[in-house]
Ligand binder design. Structure first.
Ligand SMILES: O=c1ccn([C@@H]2O[C@H](COP(=O)(O)O)[C@@H](O)[C@H]2O)c(=O)[nH]1
Length: 252
């Protein structure tokens, strides 16, 4: 996934990660056709797609079929990284079951995980040769102020993930929210090569200029935008606009 990321970032001059949070309640018609249109309109402007599994699980078996069809459709262009946002975290035996579905059957490039239960819960995923994980570190919601920020968990998680990333040769990244970007400075200081997956720009109101000030030139980033692109009346135009704003601050 790391190599794929570097290649497409350069090819498309983009760090934009479009989120397929395709809530059927906001879609008139077929969810797969909706995704297909977004992918057709944006594939040359993006650095990857993030698919949040919640919007597919809530449709039951049909939703999982749409999820698989969407992944297969994106995979027709094997250069594009696919991140499954499932925020899993469980004991090894259960993590192994998740890993089988995500990496053997769906064959996604990366998965979001919740590292709260400890490093042993990540091992089943890392056994796969080409697997990659994004660990929640500093989330974009106000609840980040309940535990992550006051207990400095975001720094402890970053430190552990940075070490793990060195051991596992770029198979780990972290999630850091643009809405709490003041704390990103400290994260940058202790991160070496990990990719940051950054949600919070767009519908959640994160400030792009502030974010880049705090990133202080850190290069390995994905900036996720979901609702503000996919539910716009012109997703291609919107994706271009986000890309332009981001590229005002990001030098490729
Ligand atoms: O801290 C986090 C972790 C994950 N997310 C996810 O990112 C997208 C954001 O969607 P928008 O529509 O651009 O707000 C969504 O899938 C979240 O579950 C996050 O927002 N914050």
């Amino acid at each position: 996934m790391f190599e794929k990321y570097l290649k497409i970032r350069e090819k498309n001059s983009s760090v934009l990660l479009v989120g397929l949070d395709s809530d059927y309640k906001r879609i008139n018609g077929d969810v797969f056709e909706f995704n297909k249109k977004i992918i057709d309109e944006t594939h040359d402007l993006i650095c990857g797609y993030k698919i949040n599994i919640a919007f597919y699980e809530k449709l039951g078996p049909k939703g999982l079929e749409i999820l698989e069809n969407t992944i297969n459709y994106i995979r027709q262009n094997p250069e594009i990284p696919i991140i499954l946002d499932s925020k899993r975290g469980d004991i090894g035996n259960t993590a192994k079951a998740y890993a089988e579905y995500y990496f053997e059957r769906l064959k996604v490039d990366s998965l979001t995980i919740n590292p709260l239960m400890g490093l042993d819960t990540l091992e089943p995923y890392l056994e796969y040769k080409n697997s990659h994980l994004f660990a929640l570190a500093l989330t974009s919601n106000k609840g980040a102020y309940d535990f992550e920020i006051p207990e400095k968990l975001y720094l402890k998680i970053t430190e552990k993930m940075n070490n793990l990333n060195k051991q596992h040769k770029n198979k780990i990244g972290i999630i850091v929210g643009a809405t709490n970007s003041d704390y990103i400075k400290e994260i940058v200081d202790i991160s070496e090569n990990m990719i940051f997956l950054i949600p919070g720009i767009g519908s959640q109101g994160g400030n792009t200029q502030e974010l880049f000030k705090n990133l202080n030139g850190y290069k390995n980033i994905f900036i996720n935008v979901s609702r503000a692109i996919i539910f716009d009346e012109n997703p291609r135009k919107k994706a271009k606009e986000f890309n332009e704003i981001i590229n005002k601050y990001y030098s490729h």
